[in-house]
Design a protein around this ligand. Sequence first.
Ligand code: DP6
Length: 342
Amino acid sequence: VNATAVACANIALVKYWGKRDEALNLPARGSLSVTLDALETRTTVTFDAERPADVLVVDGIERAGAALARAARVLDLLRARAGVGAEGPRALVTSANTFPYGAGLASSASGMAALVTAGAAALGLDLDPAERSVLARRGSGSAARSIHGGFVEWRAGERPDGADSVGVPLHPAAHWELRVVVAVVAAAGEKAVPSTEGMRHTAATSPYQPAWLAAVDTDLVAARAALAARDLAALGAVAERSALRMHAAMLAADPALLYWRGATVEALHTVRALRARDGLAAWATIDAGPHVKVLTTPADAPAVAARLAAVPGVERVVASRIGGPARVEANAAAERPTEVTS
Ligand code: DP6
């Protein structure tokens, strides 16, 4: 009763920042993302009738608190779906990332998508991607998108139960050979406010939140059209303004949510100069953290990466292709779960 699955992180080009139902994790608006091949989570779930409680091990370290609570919530939904109920077997979840965990690089999205995919397989459940997307969403909203590869829209949906609030694949990765260059910005000091809390705070205190939400539907229309036409200048423009408007709403919260570091702003200036001065394809987006992700072409990616790497405060750069869907893996790795070191 174990299974291993792999899922990729995703980066939203039209952002999700605001919920209409926090218990079911239903978003106030839709969002649209690309799946990132280079940022991957591999998760093994082993159910065991003898195990007293769910255990979560990420990158070799046992996790408690919010991370464990989220995983257990999703495992409870899977157990209920499998009809094994509240008394069903507990799980050992071992997870490994190809990128730093909890560094604002969307580990919750790939993590929850991999957990749902592996957990369902381990319980012998044959769930279609839409159903896995709904379950992943309950763990973390953006995870609804990481079930699919390529270019994905998470529909806000209308139903109060959230059955139609689901990630929908718009185009597979092969539709468009793009690159995303991730500039990892060193962030010393206080821990960033987690997304769930940051969204709640922005919705409660930012006078700009209604204006931010009002702009999202127009951006979704523009992004879908740009994607279908493979118009990178149009898609890049939507992505950059969506990110900056989201951050404007955060900055107007009281007290302000400031996820940026100095290097974040320098990287933004670099991206603008790459476009205006060097004529390269480069458009920036930023999530609830200091890192800058830049949408570009395969031809321009090396120059974009080199220039971002030279920005003081940028620790390293990772160039990613567009990734594929979450998938179950052949079961060799499941026989030897990662060692626990703490
Ligand atoms: C800024 O999906 O992490 O990355 O649903 O509360 O778990 P929860 O939040 P989460 O938020 C992601 C916010 C974002 C924008 C995006 O990915 O669309």
